[in-house]
Design a binder for this molecule. Structure first.
Ligand code: B1M
Length: 215
């Protein structure tokens, strides 16, 4: 297979052997971000489709996710970072009940490389922990990620909890993850929340939104 198809295939097949060599070769032709966006994420998309249609079993999805993470970790030190620093601080977490963290960690990388301080709390975080960290670290924004349909409900409950604690004006919220839609966030969730709540389709939209929220 040609190099870029091979990279996508590696994610689908969970094939790690020779991954680093292929990534090095790929960086001769494209930026690390383009490699992730154009090829590695395409592989994860196929994995999702195969899993969703019952053609791939969960352990193989996990292996694919691990290869994806290894690839991102290999590319990350080669990414361009701005000199800007201290643009603002975000507390970032995958919500309660949800283990998916590849997208959240990409958001962390993109924001960190572009002047934001990211406090990444990890996966399965209840809103109490997220809020504690946001207060303690004096976050400018709270970021929540979730990929399960039930996570969209958790996010709504979380927003209500922030309201109840009277902290909605203090904490604009950035949301992302495959199960969310723009209409759900911009119509339903902004109805619910007393502060600002924004939807990011991908990590780059997340960055643009951070720039507008903080400005
Ligand atoms: Co799971 N999983 N999974 N999974 N998994 C999905 C989400 C699913 C859609 C697959 C499918 O059925 N086709 C499905 C959800 C269905 C639903 O809810 N209706 C699903 C399921 C069912 C499950 C389990 C329940 C399976 C089971 O146990 N029977 C289980 C859940 C366990 C739990 O959470 N409690 C499970 C487990 C797993 C693995 C552990 C095997 C693995 C995760 C490994 C890991 O993350 N460390 C996994 C994977 C890999 C997937 C798919 C295949 C790929 C997800 C991914 O990493 N995509 C996924 C299929 C899919 O998403 N269509 C699937 C790449 C990633 C970069 O995209 O996270 O969307 P994403 O991030 C994007 C944007 O959304 C955005 O930026 C990123 C791109 O730049 N973004 C943000 C994300 N967060 C953001 C936050 C922001 C801003 C932007 O600001 C704060």
């Amino acid at each position: 297979l040609p190099l870029f198809e091979r990279l996508e295939r590696r994610i689908v097949d969970g094939e790690r052997n020779g991954l680093e060599d292929d990534l090095e070769e790929a960086m001769g032709e494209k930026s690390p971000i383009a490699i992730i966006n154009d090829h590695l994420l395409a592989g994860m998309k196929v994995v999702g489709e195969l899993f969703g249609s019952g053609q791939m079993q969960l352990p193989f999805v996990l292996t694919s996710a691990e290869v994806m993470k290894t690839a991102v970790a290999h590319l990350e030190p080669h990414m361009e970072a701005t000199d800007e620093d201290g643009k603002g601080r975000i507390v970032l977490a995958t919500v309660k009940g949800d283990v998916h963290d590849i997208g959240k960690n990409l958001v962390d990388i993109i924001l960190s490389n572009n002047g934001y301080e990211v406090v990444n709390l990890g996966i399965k975080q209840p809103i109490s922990t997220i809020l504690e960290a946001a207060v303690e670290k004096r976050a400018d924004v709270i970021g929540m990620s979730g990929l399960l349909v039930k996570s969209t409900v958790v996010m709504k409950e979380n927003l209500q909890e922030i309201n109840q604690r009277g902290m909605a004006e203090q904490f604009p919220v950035l949301l992302g993850g495959a199960a969310l839609t723009r209409t759900y966030v911009e119509n339903d969730l902004s109805e619910v929340y007393d502060g600002q709540v924004r939807y990011a389709r991908d990590a780059f939209e997340g960055l643009r939104l951070m720039d507008t929220i903080i400005a």
